[in-house]
Design a protein around this ligand. Structure first.
Ligand code: ADP
Ligand code: MG
Length: 259
């Protein structure tokens, strides 16, 4: 199994939208896919139609070692896609974990439980660089960074890259960055274009060629409890995520897929 953290400490940049739709696209390609919702807001869980009442075990229980991965993972409407949902409890986990042994590696040990028969695991991170995101970065083989093309995008990115370096030095030497994905791209907006050019100048091939356009269908889908890829698989946003999934698979080591 390859574990991919989807992180950016800025809120509203498209982490959850990317997590839901890239996970769905990978599942549709036949990869046994797990999505771990590590944001106390639980948007990935809601967006995949997991209502609050059915979240008996959650990523909180996983982190606090109160339940196993098998007990926490729920099937979704999408074949090959399971989710560990998030609950409100998770907002307390940052504090509760402080006094716990091995607090940065709780997610890693929970995911390494041998019962996990997944090919790929995505972790949808909260908008901060706290202990939850740190757990994701310690558990991950690699990181995917959604970046919204706006004025301060690059500044936020350099802070994230510094964190990644610190994690590589202190916690997870093997952590890679599989790519940066430009989100909410608006062709008609000249600033967006300019920022996209700057990001490509700065990061080169690290930036995925597939860009996610601003597309209202992507923002409508979660209120129906469906990935955009199911809600409207023909819309530009869905097509972009299918392209991104293809590009992502091309960047992953071939040997990682179990089946
Ligand atoms: P994050 O998880 O980084 O906070 P979200 O994925 O929740 O970001 O996106 C923030 C908001 O923007 C949500 O309302 C989402 O539906 C919307 N959104 C995300 N990506 C797009 C897009 N490409 N086009 C239009 N709306 C988008
Ligand atoms: Mg989110």
């Amino acid at each position: 199994m390859i574990t991919i953290a989807i992180a950016n400490q800025k809120g509203g940049v498209g982490k959850t939208t990317t997590a839901i739709n890239i996970a769905t696209a990978m599942a549709a390609t036949g990869w046994k896919t797990l999505l771990v919702d590590l944001d106390p807001q639980g948007n990935a869980s809601t967006g995949l139609g997991v209502d609050a009442a059915s979240r008996e075990n959650s990523s909180y229980d996983l982190l606090l070692d109160q339940a196993t991965l098998a007990e926490c993972a729920l099937e979704t409407e999408i074949p090959n896609l399971e989710i560990v949902p998030a609950t409100q409890d998770l907002s307390g986990a940052e504090v509760e974990l402080v006094s716990v042994d091995d607090r940065t590696h709780r997610l890693k040990s929970a995911l390494s439980h041998p019962v996990a028969a997944y090919d790929v695991c995505f972790v949808d991170c909260p908008p901060s660089l706290g202990l939850l995101t740190l757990n994701a970065l310690c558990a991950a083989d690699t990181l995917m960074v959604p970046l919204q093309c706006e004025f301060f995008a690059l500044e936020g990115l350099s802070q994230l890259l510094q964190t990644v370096e610190r994690v590589q030095q202190g916690f997870n030497a093997d952590l890679g960055i599989v790519g940066v994905v430009l989100t909410m791209f608006d062709r008609r907006n000249r600033l967006t274009d300019q920022v996209a050019d700057d990001v490509r100048d700065c990061l080169g091939p690290l930036v995925f060629e597939n860009v996610i356009p601003r597309n209202v269908r992507l923002s409508e889908a979660p209120s129906h409890g469906l990935p955009a890829l199911v809600y409207d698989h023909q819309c530009p946003g869905s097509r972009a995520y299918i392209g991104l999934a293809r590009e992502l698979i091309g960047r992953l080591p071939e040997t990682r897929k179990a089946a």
